[in-house]
Write a protein that binds this ligand. Structure first.
Ligand code: ACO
Length: 449
């Protein structure tokens, strides 16, 4: 048998070895001990007892990018990446999209249960009553250059909210936590709307509290001279569905950032600003913008095979494909795909060459061993950009469109972290690879000084 093959032995029968355990043998010392397995994991700290001598720090795990490390216990979102399952608080994403609204899902994420009709009415009322921002924030947005990226503006303004609500740093006060949750969900679309209007050189639109969450946001983007903005209900519904699809996705890069920064016990606005910063990156929330750029660069259907060859040769990346967790079709991509045609029909852009390219890319990639063998399937971003474009939302706003709904997930995860008795300040270990104990004067002589 080769050295790297796993040998199957009989399970231990002695009473001292728990059945739910793995026996860890340190071949450096011969020390052997059972490590308890709980919920499919072993505690990394258990490894510290394995030392080569008294001076030794003890064994650590090395897991760059947390590929195989659970950093918390969470009851918010369940994903089975192999089967393509996504559930929030036990409810399937398909059911939530079909029967629920974004604000109801936000309530579910944060409170753990679906609201009663009265609770939902009260929640909706409170969110709606906190959509306005302090006028100074408007002046703050006006200070950005005309071509500032809206995501950069959002990042700065969300962080700035902490200076308007200094009491929010009392994170042990349940009322402060509650108000921060409501304010963040309520004000995010307003900040996003201001950022968008700023890039257009247009006056900022104040919230209209007669409209629902998605309709009000469309108004803050597109209201012109009309006295009352009336969103197309089909577009508002499609946007609300997109908001549900983006509300939470367990321990992704931005959520991990919110938890890590929040673990320092900073106020929630600063923690959420960290999430916005993480989401800004092209491998995370920036991917839908990159998908559109990629589709535009491919230009026409006939160029799809050449483009895919470039991907397989390692010269290109098929944006909107692949996922750290999903090794199957992303269930969110399936739901979005259903809405693309509907939205294009309403906006009159049904003949969209980019959509044709996307469909052809997907078809060919799913037929190609390079992609299937690596389990690369469309993710949520593959089609969302096409809907945003049909809604006439500029590409630079795409990641902002993601940040608005993800705010409810960030808050739910932040609240859960605060209530977790195991929470400590996040502080990973490192493997030090640099020099040690160098002679400073000898070093200078070496560089000729
Ligand atoms: N196009 C081409 N090849 C890819 C792609 C892609 N989009 N994604 C992964 N691969 C290949 C890698 O080159 C690698 O191949 P190899 O085994 O021959 O080296 C293999 O598939 C495994 O990929 P990793 O990069 O190890 O996968 P990882 O889990 O680290 O990356 C990620 C996941 C970042 C999402 C990646 O798939 C990617 O860059 N996709 C494109 C960007 C994107 O769409 N991001 C949105 C993610 S969803 C979200 O954040 C909401």
């Amino acid at each position: 048998m080769a050295d790297d093959q796993v040998q199957v032995a009989e399970p231990p029968t002695d009473a001292a070895t728990p059945a739910q355990s793995v026996t860890f043998t340190d071949n450096r010392t011969g020390q052997s001990k059972p490590l308890e397995v709980t919920e499919g994991t072993v505690r990394a700290m258990e490894l510290r007892q394995f030392k080569t001598d008294e001076e030794d720090f003890g064994l650590m795990t090395y897991d760059p990018a947390y590929l195989n490390t659970a950093s918390c216990r969470s009851a918010i979102t369940y994903i089975d990446g192999d089967k393509g399952i996504l559930q929030h608080r036990g409810y399937s994403i398909e059911d939530l999209c079909e029967h629920s609204s974004y604000l109801e899902v936000a309530y579910l994420l944060i409170h753990g249960e679906l609201p009663t009709a009265d609770q939902l009415a009260q929640w909706t009322h409170e969110v709606t009553m906190h959509t306005f921002v302090h006028e100074n924030l408007k002046v703050f947005v006006q200070g950005f250059r005309y071509d500032a990226h809206p995501m950069g503006m959002l990042l700065a303004t969300v962080g700035a909210l902490s200076t308007f609500y200094p009491d929010s740093k009392n994170i042990d006060d349940p009322e402060e936590r509650r108000m921060a949750a409501i304010r963040l969900i309520a004000k995010m679309p307003t900040l996003a709307g201001f950022a968008y209007r700023h890039t257009q050189g247009m006056p900022y639109v104040y919230p209209d509290n007669d409209l629902d969450y998605a309709g009000n946001f469309l108004g803050m983007l597109f209201k012109m001279t009309e006295l009352k903005y009336e969103p197309d209900p089909r577009l508002a519904k499609a946007l609300d569905t997109l908001f549900i699809l983006h509300a939470d996705h367990e321990q992704n890069c931005s959520t991990a950032a919110v938890r890590a920064v929040g673990s320092s016990q900073v106020d929630p606005y600063s923690a959420v600003a960290a999430g916005v910063a993480a989401l800004y990156g092209p491998l995370h929330g920036g991917a839908n913008e990159s998908v559109l750029r990629m589709l535009a660069r491919i230009e026409k259907i006939e160029n799809v095979p050449d483009f895919l060859k470039g991907v397989k040769d390692g010269n290109e990346r098929l944006m909107g494909f692949g996922h750290r967790v999903y090794k199957n079709y992303d269930p969110r991509a399936r739901i979005i795909k259903k809405h693309v045609d509907e939205v294009l029909e309403v906006t009159g852009s049904a003949e969209n060459p980019l959509l044709d390219i996307a469909v052809e890319l997907e078809k060919r990639a799913l037929d190609d061993d390079y992609f299937t063998s690596r389990k690369l399937y469309p993710n949520v971003d593959f089609y969302s950009g096409l809907i945003y474009e049909a809604l006439q939302i500029p590409r630079a706003m795409f990641t902002v469109m993601f940040a608005i709904p993800r705010t409810s997930g960030w808050i739910a995860q932040w609240l859960e972290m605060l209530d977790d008795p195991e929470t400590k300040i996040a502080r990973p270990r490192q493997i030090y690879t640099g020099h040690r104990d160098r002679d400073f004067l000898a070093g200078r002589a070496e560089v000729g000084r």
